[in-house]
Design a protein around this ligand. Structure first.
Ligand SMILES: [Zn+2]
Length: 123
């Protein structure tokens, strides 16, 4: 069982599914939404139980981002055409048992840091 929650605890989530695709996104939307980077993994949408009120923001016509309306923690990302839900790795209780597989949208990354952890990088 993987469990996570927002900074204030008003939104909690859990899943029994094995998280897939753990990655760090460097795109400008994730940078602005999170303040730096957004690390996430995904499970089938029906396998993720969410408790508490989530505010959804349509960040593009294709996807929405879910955050806690009280503390603002950015917890979820969902593409309308996909049956999966991504959740923030930073919100998980440890130990997570998860290791990052890749950095994504690296071409869009900020200019104030380098990626030097040896994890695979994708454009
Ligand atoms: Zn909160």
């Amino acid at each position: 069982m993987i469990k996570g929650h927002c900074n204030c605890g008003a939104v909690r989530f859990e899943t029994n599914a094995t998280p897939r695709g753990p990655s760090v996104c460097h795109c400008s939307q994730c940078r602005r939404q999170s303040g730096h980077l957004w690390a996430s993994a995904y499970v089938p949408k029906e396998a993720l139980t969410i408790k508490g009120h989530v505010r959804w923001y349509d960040s593009s016509p294709a996807a929405q981002r879910g955050f806690c309306p009280t503390c603002g923690a950015f917890l979820f990302w969902h593409a309308h055409e996909e049956d999966t839900m991504s959740f923030a790795l930073g919100a998980l209780d440890v130990p997570t048992g998860i290791r990052l597989e890749k950095h994504i949208f690296v071409a869009d990354k900020g200019d104030y840091y380098d990626i030097a952890d040896g994890v695979d990088q994708r454009g």
